[in-house]
Design a protein around this ligand. Structure first.
Ligand code: URA
Length: 233
């Protein structure tokens, strides 16, 4: 495997970024700084980036988790809060693809496939993301249309979205929203922008993948067809 692909598949960074690391002299093979861009890594090679050994990923695993509220979408947390990775029953170490806020529930992919993760997170190929939202107050069709056209969420105007108002009671509205980008806290900021703060948020879909009947806190392996789909899109 070429050195840049090796580094990317270990989840360190993208292939392009790996090339930069090599150019900057931050990659060592068997203790020596690498100066050959197209180097092919051999089985017995020890590869280091910034002094840390890179472990080759052998078995690739792909999970879809229904994240409960209160879990951090990360592999470590300074405050010691529960991690989404703790909900994956595999001895292989995985990491989450993208982020959900602490109190957002729903669909998150966990994998050890760094290359796929880099690809999915690249802004150019944003997958559609579907969310079920409970927002404060009664959201009118006119307000939903503002969300659909795009709203200013603080220095950024969101791109077109689809909003389906499902039902409401006196205090809150249940809606479904599909967005095609992934700014930090985007859905919460969009509903804040129209004056209806989010009370509950659940991601139910990512591209063609759906959370389905998976219970909160449960995960399942992606099917070969789902993995193929993610790699193809
Ligand atoms: N949008 C948000 O506001 N929060 C999330 O966790 C995901 C999308």
């Amino acid at each position: 495997m070429r050195i840049n692909q090796y580094i990317a598949s270990a989840g360190v960074c993208s292939r392009r970024k790996a090339d930069e690391l090599i150019e900057e002299g931050r990659v060592k093979v068997n203790g020596s700084v690498l100066d050959v861009m197209g180097y092919h890594v051999q089985e017995e090679d020890v590869v280091e980036v910034d002094g840390a050994r890179i472990e080759p990923v052998t078995k690739k695993v792909y999970y879809l988790l229904n994240k409960p509220a209160g879990y951090v979408t990360s592999t470590a947390d300074k405050e010691g809060r529960p991690l989404v990775t703790e909900l994956v029953p595999d001895s292989v170490r995985v990491f989450p693809v993208g982020r959900l806020d602490l109190n957002t529930t729903g669909l998150i992919i966990l994998t050890n496939d760094g290359e796929l993760s880099n690809k999915l997170m690249h802004p150019s190929g944003e997958f559609s993301k579907k969310y079920l939202v409970r927002a404060a107050g009664i959201v009118t069709r006119k307000e939903a249309e503002r969300l659909e056209r795009g709203v200013d969420i603080g220095g950024f105007v969101t791109s077109p979205a689809e909003v389906h108002l499902i039902k409401h009671d006196r205090n809150s509205t249940l809606a479904e929203i599909v967005i095609h980008e992934g700014k930090n806290r985007q859905v919460r900021r969009m509903f804040e922008a129209i004056g209806h703060p989010v009370q509950e948020l659940c991601r139910t879909g990512l591209g063609d993948l759906v959370i389905g009947k998976l219970a909160l806190g449960q995960c399942r392996k992606l099917s070969p067809a789902e993995i193929e789909y993610l790699k193809r899109v």
